[in-house]
Design a protein around this ligand. Structure first.
Ligand code: OFO
Length: 169
């Protein structure tokens, strides 16, 4: 049986994963309507992936005798300055999620809830991949700086990353 304290924090993380899904959905829609179909495909896929992260937590909490709730959500940002701006925000958001997962993991260790800590290890590893992926995408922008057609190529690369399932990390 999970403690009320950890149950509450897992519910907050369930909300954050749902927020992540909606943030990426909103970004995907912006990309789609601003001439970046590859980035849109990548972000739609990533949005689905966040929904999977949410469901995995939800099922764990219910299986452990807790009650997963659908908490109130805020509307995500819908206007962006540029494609670069979108991916800077994706990267920052993933850094924030890493911090939240680490805090949650730390809380489980302090509460001697090794079962939940063990389950969260998957998220700890996932965040390493998320940050490394988004930082690699930002590197592409730096390399393309000043290059004619740079954004066009980045968009194409994002499309092939989505097709190879790299957005699913
Ligand atoms: Fe759920 O990993 Fe991104 O936010």
């Amino acid at each position: 049986m999970i403690s009320k304290k950890i149950e509450k924090e897992i519910n907050e993380q369930i909300k954050r994963e749902e927020d992540s899904s909606r943030i990426y959905l909103s970004m995907a829609s912006w990309c789609e309507t601003n001439g970046y179909p590859g980035a849109a495909e990548f972000l739609y896929e990533h949005s689905d992936e966040e929904r999977m992260h949410q469901l995995k937590l939800l099922k764990f909490l219910n299986d452990r005798g807790g009650h997963a709730k659908a908490l109130q959500l805020d509307a995500p940002e819908s206007g962006f300055k540029s494609l670069h701006d979108v991916f800077v925000k994706v990267h920052k958001h993933e850094q924030y999620i890493t911090k939240c997962i680490n805090d949650l993991y730390g809380m489980c260790m302090n509460e001697n809830d090794y079962t939940t800590a063990n389950f969260l290890q998957w998220y700890v590893n996932e965040q390493i991949e998320e940050e490394s992926l988004t930082s690699a995408i930002l590197d592409k922008f730096n390399l393309a700086k000043g290059e004619k057609g740079g954004l066009f190529h980045i968009d194409k690369e994002l499309a092939s990353m989505a097709q190879m399932g790299e957005g699913d990390e």
